[in-house]
Design a protein around this ligand. Sequence first.
Ligand code: ST9
Ligand code: ZN
Ligand code: ZN
Length: 337
Amino acid sequence: MPPRPREKQPLPSLPTGPLEECDDVTTDKIPQTAYEPDDRKVEIVWRNVVVMGILHLVALYGLYLVFTSAMLITTLYGVILYNLGGFGITGGAHRLWAHRAYKAKWPLKLLLVLCQTLAHQNSVIEWARDHRVHHKFQETDADPHNAKRGFFFAHMGWLLCKKHQEVKDKGKGVDMSDLYAEPLLRLQHKYFYVLMPIGCFVLPSIIPVVFWGETLMNAYCLNILRYVSCLHGTWLVNSAAHMWGSKPYDKYISSVENVFVSFFAVGEGWHNYHHTFPWDYKAAEFGKVNWTLRIINLFAKIGWAYELKSVSKEMIKTRVHRTGDGSHEIWGWGDKD
Ligand code: ST9
Ligand code: ZN
Ligand code: ZN
């Protein structure tokens, strides 16, 4: 007799609801899906593999040019663009729009959208949708970059294949109405494939040629290097900061505190804190290696950023004692922020 096909277990119902539920309640008790690894059929999107492959080759050549023929000012310009794009992701797509951790006046929103377009990690709306789904269903198949599927998948593999059906099914329940209500975000989303090529590739490559006489080849390749580096800086938060580091706030989740990631991710490596208290605009308990925090604070001084949400010391302390791994003393020692 042929073996009976394995019966699928019914999926447990996952919590759905408003963004406010993305707090310790959901991160603590997220149920696992009944999918077996066998059900995770990987449907590779070859277009993305080819595009990413070419981008990486050009970036490597750009790195070679940095040490051979590029002008120093072009390299410095690349570092500045890396940080500007990074701030568009951290201060804009992440803390402002995905988490609503603070409010911003329109000039800051405009600046953030421009910087986020420079970083090209999809439109703010698409970025924030994937990220809200990541928080809500972390480490399940509904998490777009589920770290349980290994370093490469969490880092960049998830962008090279079709999303798991669970991401789409469960993702539908995540409220995005607040972002669609913002005309600036709707505009960026609608015209993304016009704005992004100009903002991320054309203008950044032309500026060094026009303003300080760099060759187009050097300017173009160094800009691709800047773009690809910024992608990896961001992707490290999904991979390394879900694998290697301490868990002072919640030892039951995979995200960790990782200073190395924080350095490259403009302050977003304090990921155990962030998943425990996702509404905190600091995305960390302290101000160490948190460039994004410094910049938001500067904007708060001139009134462009306001209603900054945070977490009381008392709440952090209670949580550290309840679910921390005991490493809090090491990280918090001597910090006066
Ligand atoms: C990039 C993004 O790199 C990186 C994000 C990283 C996030 C990190 C977060 C960490 C914290 C913050 C740290 C910041 C640090 C910054 C440091 C800076 C130095 N919910 O997607 P499709 C449905 S992008 C609900 O095509 P496929 C929906 O109906 C890099 N529904 O799925 C959708 O239709 P529509 C450049 C969802 O076909 C439909 O499915 N960009 C959801 O499986 C189809 O959606 C690329 O490489 C959801 N979450 O294709 C492009 N998702 O949209 C990569 C989908 O019309 N993307 N649905 O509503 C792709 O090519 C494709 O998405 C795919 C999947 C091939 C990956
Ligand atoms: Zn995460
Ligand atoms: Zn987040």
